[in-house]
Design a protein around this ligand. Structure first.
Ligand SMILES: Nc1ncnc2c1ncn2[C@@H]1O[C@H](COP(=O)(O)OP(=O)(O)OP(=O)(O)O)[C@@H](O)[C@H]1O
Ligand SMILES: [Mg+2]
Length: 291
């Protein structure tokens, strides 16, 4: 066979193989975009475990009408411009991949309004990066991304979706983890029109502990100590569970570096060592830590 360039939609579908594993990966990408847009409130509506609908609205900076087609095109981003930017990137995203990838494997509508715009504009995309025709919309300042029928055009991948309940459980866990990294943002999450989470922005210690209690259980907050420790130019803050409050699984260990949840053997080992004389074998500490 001769060599030829692939159609753009197919290129994006191939890229989507990396970015979009399941509904919760779509939610992760879209919520990260809300973080980067400076949102104060994020509203997440899910239907049928995300297979039918994932709709995420924020009140962030929005996108100007002229940039909407770019937002849906591969390798187009507002977050970096040079290699130097990349080396000191502080946003969650920077690849310019998420929206074009998602739009190539679902029916995606992007609606956005900046503070200076007269009205919002809406565009629909299918990953081919063509036929963008912005339509006026009454949306308030901020952005909504509406993603329907995930994997409708890639049946092999749709077949791998688990039950509605399992896919939604992944989304709920993800939102809880993300909510622990941004106390300044309010989150609501609804599944099939039923509200599942409603987390108000949490500024004070008490409000933050309230959010943690809502996510890790009130027993954790009652049995933990708050820490704030600085050394070698690094600052470690958060809450660590008392040895009397341990678990048989490592399911309540949250460690964030610069706002990103990470799982790292070195870190888990370091924490485990700190507890080694006070925890029974086979028990695991509970912690929410920020570096
Ligand atoms: N909720 C949002 N509010 C404002 N702008 C947004 C929002 N979502 C996307 N954008 C704009 O669209 C662009 C493309 O988004 P996309 O998620 O595809 O790429 P990215 O965030 O730049 O990089 P990455 O692929 O790593 O996520 C962003 O750079 C941003 O300018
Ligand atoms: Mg992004």
């Amino acid at each position: 066979m001769r060599i030829h360039s692939l159609p753009i939609q197919l290129v994006n579908q191939i890229a989507a193989g990396e970015v979009v594993e399941r509904p919760s990966s779509v939610v992760k990408e879209l919520v990260e975009n809300c973080f980067d847009a400076g949102a104060g409130q994020i509203t997440i509506e899910i239907e049928q475990g995300g297979a039918r609908l994932i709709k995420i609205r924020d009140d962030g900076c929005g996108i100007i009408k002229e940039d909407l087609p770019l937002a849906l095109s591969r390798h187009a981003t507002s977050k970096i411009a040079t290699l130097q930017d990349l080396e000191q990137v502080s946003s969650m995203g920077f690849r310019g991949e998420a929206l074009p990838s998602i739009s190539s494997v679902a029916r995606l509508t992007l609606i956005s309004r900046t503070v200076a715009a007269q009205c919002a504009w809406s565009v629909t995309a299918d990953g081919s990066e063509q036929n963008f025709d912005p339509q006026p919309d009454p949306h308030p300042q901020g952005t909504t991304v509406d993603v329907r029928d995930l994997f409708y055009n890639t049946p092999a991948r749709r077949k791998f979706l688990k039950t509605e309940k399992t896919e939604f459980a992944h989304i709920e866990t993800l939102i809880k983890r993300m909510a622990l990294s941004r106390f300044d943002i309010g989150f609501t999450l609804a599944h099939n029109q039923k509200e599942v989470l409603n987390l108000k922005p949490a500024a004070t210690d008490l409000e933050q502990e309230h959010r943690i209690a809502g996510i890790c259980g009130s027993a954790f907050i009652e049995n933990s100590v708050k820490i704030d420790f600085a050394a070698s130019g690094l600052q470690l803050t958060g809450w660590v569970g008392l040895p009397t409050f341990s678990r048989s699984q490592q399911d309540m260990q949250f460690f964030y570096v610069n706002g990103r949840l990470i799982r790292d053997k070195l870190v888990s080992h370091a924490v485990k060592q700190a507890y080694q004389d006070v925890l029974f074998h086979g028990r695991h500490p509970v912690f929410v830590l920020y570096l």
